[in-house]
Design a protein around this ligand. Structure first.
Ligand SMILES: Nc1ncnc2c1ncn2[C@@H]1O[C@H](COP(=O)(O)OP(=O)(O)OP(=O)(O)O)[C@@H](O)[C@H]1O
Ligand SMILES: [Mg+2]
Length: 214
């Protein structure tokens, strides 16, 4: 299975979720565009937390130093991001792909991540906070994906339990609630693996995936 992991915002916990998901699925991980190289990159975080073999870490198509929206980081660094380069997915059959920030972040001045997702035509998981503000952000993200015909596999919540926020998003968003990853302290490969296993059912993720791709 090849799945996109997007989110309602930057910093919601997509990379941590991707690490748990890639490890649980035995999948490879790909961050097509990394902007910001001074701190640990997302691929390095996944390597550290998912303990994936090197062969399962796909090199980024673009690595930009500036910690900014990819379209802007690329312009500052005089890099031309070519949608056609991004369009061809790595050949790995089991692959977790992480966007940057939220679904409507620009890849270039003419293309948003959500437009790229639509080109790929593979299912997307939306990572969302559990806390105040998440209903609006998550429902808007779902609309933005669906209007572009991106198949939505489900929402993965991250943070402290908030039953009503999860319930209303599931109902009004007409979307599967895949589970909730709590905020972990310490955040280690072991704590992530066991929390991920308690929080999400890989077989139900596979079932939702199959339903969308049949
Ligand atoms: N479940 C969690 N438990 C503890 N810390 C977490 C958890 N999820 C995320 N964090 C921390 O929150 C910060 C942001 O998380 P993360 O890097 O996964 O966000 P992101 O959505 O991938 O952001 P970006 O848009 O930059 O890719 C990181 O410092 C990460 O370690
Ligand atoms: Mg990330």
């Amino acid at each position: 299975m090849r799945v996109i992991v997007t989110g309602t915002d930057t910093g919601v916990g997509k990379t941590i979720f991707c690490a748990g998901l890639a490890r649980s699925l035995g999948a490879a991980y790909w961050k097509p565009i990394q902007s910001g190289l001074l701190e640990e990159t997302d691929t390095e975080v996944v390597q550290r937390l998912a303990e994936l073999p090197a062969a399962k870490l796909i090199a980024e198509a673009y690595r930009l130093r500036t910690p900014a929206s990819p379209h802007w980081a690329a312009e500052i660094e005089n890099v031309l991001v070519e949608p056609d380069v991004l369009s061809s997915l790595p050949p790995e059959e089991c692959l977790v792909i992480e966007g940057a920030g939220g679904a409507l972040v620009p890849v270039t001045r003419h293309m948003l991540y959500a437009d790229m997702f639509a080109r790929w035509s593979i299912p997307a998981i939306v990572c969302a906070r559990t806390s105040l503000g998440t209903i609006n952000h998550t429902l808007m993200t779902l609309e933005a994906l669906r209007i572009r015909r991106v198949p939505v596999l489900g929402v993965a919540f991250i943070g402290d339990e908030h039953l009503e926020n999860a319930r209303i998003i599931e109902a009004l968003g007409n979307v599967p609630n895949l589970g909730r990853l709590p905020w972990l302290s310490p955040l280690t490969p072991d704590s992530l693996q066991s929390a991920f296993g308690r929080s999400f059912s890989v077989s139900s993720i596979r079932q939702h995936y199959d339903a969308l791709t049949r």
